[in-house]
Design a protein around this ligand. Structure first.
Ligand code: 13P
Length: 351
């Protein structure tokens, strides 16, 4: 087991000022859907080519502190033979790993999910640490509908998240605890708030009961938004205020950082929401990002499976990383979206 200080250091490094996490841990089905949208067939080779372009993008370490990998990727090597975790370490980026086995239908419930993957997890965590991972992620999925989520769904997912987190800490890996309340549907921001708050409350009850050390973990929550089909969409400041209020009511100050998922928001909106939260003054925790789609969408569209598009795709990815890095200090403005992708946002936007 790693020294306790290592876990605290890793957690703090992952939320270092100006930096955040890239989630590149799409499961087989998800990456297939993302590739299909840009007419690319998902094969072991195409997945490696795409992920390698993200992971080797030079200079990403200025804004990216860690990358969450999928099981297949952490075992692969770059074209020059370097193991992928080493490719990241050379850029000063911490390798992480998704360890859950996905959300499956919850027994004796309709429309609700529970995340699987606890069987054999202790052994898998040990192996991942040997492969170079220093943090691990588990995602629970909560759906908002007419009569859901119920307490049953909330508590079984919270329990599993805490079992994962305890095992990860025991294995010397910082757990990223991800209870994602989906924003699909016509619900109001008030309903998003109520469900997200209930879920976070249950998750921290389980984490405490299962002896998880708050200083040695990160929370990866959804932002509190209006449902995507809600006719009355909350504005950026309303989202920032509701999301922070929810966190302040539920997340102990001992947790070093909050790393938001993007959850299907546009790239610009995810960045603007993070930025608005960081402009609301000092909080007990660092407010950062662990985006998948909101860091990758423009890069994937630029790549389209062609090796001669790699440089353009890397430049798109670095641009989004830089803008989200700026949002860490509240220095993002929509005008920066137009700034030439040459790495020159100006000193105050990047520090
Ligand atoms: P999104 O930012 O696309 O929601 O992905 C983050 C993630 O890791 C989901 O588990």
């Amino acid at each position: 087991m790693a020294a306790v200080d290592d876990l605290a250091d890793t957690a703090r490094s992952l939320v270092a000022p100006g930096k955040g996490i890239l989630a590149a841990d799409e499961s087989g089905g998800t990456i297939e859907r993302r590739f299909a949208a840009v007419d690319v067939e998902s094969t072991e080779e195409s997945r490696l080519a795409y992920r390698e372009l993200l992971l080797t993008a030079e200079g990403a370490g200025r804004w990216i502190s860690g990358v969450i990998l999928f099981d297949e990727t952490i075992r692969q090597r770059a074209a020059d033979g370097t193991p992928i975790p080493e490719v990241l370490a050379r850029q000063g980026i911490i390798p992480g790993i998704k360890v859950d086995k996905g959300a499956k239908p919850l027994a004796l419930s309709t429309g609700e999910l529970v995340t699987e993957g606890l069987d054999g997890l202790r052994e898998r965590l040990t192996e991942y640490r040997e492969l170079g991972a220093r943090f691990a992620k588990w995602r629970a999925v909560i759906t908002i509908g007419a009569d859901i989520p119920g307490e049953y769904c909330i508590w079984v997912n919270a329990h599993a998240l805490a079992r994962f987190a305890a095992l990860a800490q025991e294995a010397g890996l910082v757990p990223i605890v991800e209870p994602e309340v989906l924003m699909d549907g016509g619900h109001s921001i008030a309903r998003s708030y109520a469900v997200t708050s209930r879920v976070q409350n249950a998750v921290f009850t389980e984490l405490r009961d299962q002896r998880v050390v708050f200083e040695h973990m990160l929370l990866k929550p959804n932002m509190v938004l209006s449902g995507y089909d809600c006719p009355n969409q909350a504005n950026i400041d309303e989202v920032a205020t509701a999301t922070l209020r929810c966190l302040r009511h539920n997340v102990p100050a001992a947790v070093p950082g909050i790393v938001f998922l993007s959850g299907g928001q546009s790239d610009e909106l995810a960045t603007a929401h993070l930025n608005a939260m960081n402009r609301l003054g000092h909080q007990p925790w660092q407010l950062s990002f662990s985006f998948g789609r909101a860091l990758q969408a423009s890069a994937l569209r630029a790549w389209r499976g062609r090796s001669n598009n790699v440089a353009e795709a890397q430049s798109e990815y670095l641009h989004r990383a830089q803008l989200n890095g700026a949002a860490r200090s509240g220095a993002y403005t929509p005008e920066l979206e137009q700034v030439k992708r040459d790495g020159s946002l100006g000193a105050e936007a990047t520090c």
